[in-house]
Write a protein that binds this ligand. Structure first.
Ligand code: TYD
Ligand code: MG
Length: 452
């Protein structure tokens, strides 16, 4: 059998070289060569690289969205936009040890117990290890098939033979194609393996989950180069130090993005957290300066989280600024606004911001809460514990409108909060929310008057 011909390509400028190079002679980039296939081997693998399609009028293409399979785990189904779409490719990224294999095994177990034949391909663990894990989470089912394999060609062959309803590849970094020389896990291998698995999924209508590892700096080949190839990208957030795990959709061709599902890692696998607001606020201190509750919208769902700030006199020439769970640049901006507009002189203070529970909130809607937490800690005066604060802050100290105000305020009311401080421009729609006092403000000065 003739070996497939491969070359090395610069991932930045496309320069081709027959051998691997450390530095690209064309764009001078370092360490940017990856191996790619340039011509087919005569092993007959051509067939699984093409759709063999013909042009057809768009009006004749069937319009239905394709079937969706419910996994039976409500948090996952919601994150996927209402179940698994047939023929879709879903990437599950996350740091090692966060629970990717556990979650997929649980999903597979549910499907298998509903009588669907599913195939779990693992290149990381032995069948015995998978069995031990499945004992822990109670995943015994006839239709849950386990295949320990790393060769791409063999995996594709088994998928063809078994015709499962769903395939999981754990993990994409362990799969390698015999056509490429480079080691498993390299950019070329990961891309080749995924593109052929995705193609096979689309052709046969079999959804495929690809598990991919990312490290803290996101440097490992894998998830990042795959994001544009797959239909849906889910990322695991949270760290092994906390019991909760958040799964977030970063990209979804079949549903909303930024939707999150919340789980707790227990000794029998991942357990859904149906009421995340209550979960994240469970350990909130009462009447402590620097603690403020905000309502962040994650996808379609409002979630209340506690923002904590600690502002203390600095002994350093350059005071420390740390932001965990919120954007660092955003915090710097808010510190400057607070200093300039409200006359709170934070210049000589160390400032630490933390979102309790280790959640990440990216929205500007939490600005006002961050400002309130810093002011509260600086002035050493607590914010009323039954108050939720919402709003975006502009550079001149104005408070700007926030989207979907009503759902956020309703969530606050549901959890027993009695007052919301909101931007004036979005307060009109809030008259309907029962048992909630609304304080509408338009500037940071008014915020401080309202709070203390
Ligand atoms: P795992 O799914 O192997 O992580 P990944 O595939 O993302 O690398 O999860 C591993 C961690 O989860 C491990 O530290 C043990 C823990 N764990 C539990 O706490 N309870 C359980 O029931 C299981 C199966 C794992
Ligand atoms: Mg794993």
């Amino acid at each position: 059998m003739k070996k497939a011909k491969t070359s090395f390509f610069c991932q930045h400028c496309g320069y081709m070289s027959p051998k691997w190079l450390g530095k690209c002679p064309s764009c001078n980039g370092w360490n940017c060569f990856a191996e790619e296939l340039v011509s087919e081997s005569d092993s007959g693998s051509h067939a699984d690289r093409a759709f063999d399609g013909k042009p057809m009028p768009i009006e004749e293409i069937p319009a239905e969205e394709g079937e969706r399979t419910l996994t039976g785990i409500a948090e996952i189904d919601r994150v996927l936009g209402g179940g698994i779409v047939s023929g879709s490719a879903i990437l599950i990224g996350g740091e090692p040890g966060i629970g990717k294999s556990t979650l997929m095994l649980q999903v597979m177990k549910n499907l298998a117990q509903n009588g669907q034949k599913v195939l779990y391909v693992s290149g990381e663990e032995s069948a015995h290890q998978i069995k031990l894990r499945s004992n822990r989470i109670g995943a015994a089912a006839r239709d849950l098939l386990v295949l320990v394999e790393v060769s791409l060609e063999k995996i594709l062959e088994q998928i063809k033979k078994v015709q499962p309803a769903i395939v999981v590849i754990d993990s994409i970094q362990t799969v390698y194609s015999g056509d490429l020389m480079s080691a498993p896990g390299s950019v070329g291998q990961v891309r080749e393996a995924s593109s052929r698995l995705i193609l096979s999924a689309k052709k046969n209508g079999i959804p495929v989950f690809l598990i991919g590892h990312v490290t803290k700096d996101g440097s490992i080949a894998g998830p990042k180069v795959l994001e544009h190839m797959v239909d849906t990208v889910l990322y695991f957030e949270g760290d092994s130090g906390h019991a909760y795990r958040i799964i977030r959709s970063i990209k979804n061709r079949f549903g909303p993005t930024n939707e999150i599902g919340v789980f707790e890692m227990q000794d029998k696998g991942l357990k859904e957290v149906p009421n995340p607001s209550a979960f994240f606020l469970a350990e909130r201190p009462q009447n402590a300066p620097g603690s403020v509750v905000v309502a962040s919208l994650e996808g379609t769902r409002p979630i209340l989280v506690e923002i904590q700030a600690l502002v203390s006199q600095s002994n350093l020439g350059m005071p420390r600024r740390t932001a965990i769970g919120v954007d660092y640049n955003r915090v710097s901006l808010l510190v400057a606004v607070l200093d300039k507009i409200c006359g709170l002189h934070l210049g000589g203070s160390d400032i630490f911001i933390n979102v309790a529970g280790g959640v990440r909130v990216e929205e500007p809607a939490v600005d006002l809460g961050v400002v309130a937490a810093m002011a509260s800690s600086f002035l050493d005066r607590p914010v009323d514990a039954r108050t939720v604060i919402l709003g975006e802050v502009g550079l001149t100290g104005e408070v700007r409108a926030v989207s979907q105000m009503e759902v956020r305020v309703k969530e606050a009311a549901r959890l027993g909060f009695s007052r919301c401080i909101v931007p004036k421009t979005s307060s009109a729609q809030l008259s309907k929310v029962a048992n909630m006092e609304i304080s509408a403000i338009s500037s940071l000065k008014e915020l401080l008057e309202n709070l203390f």
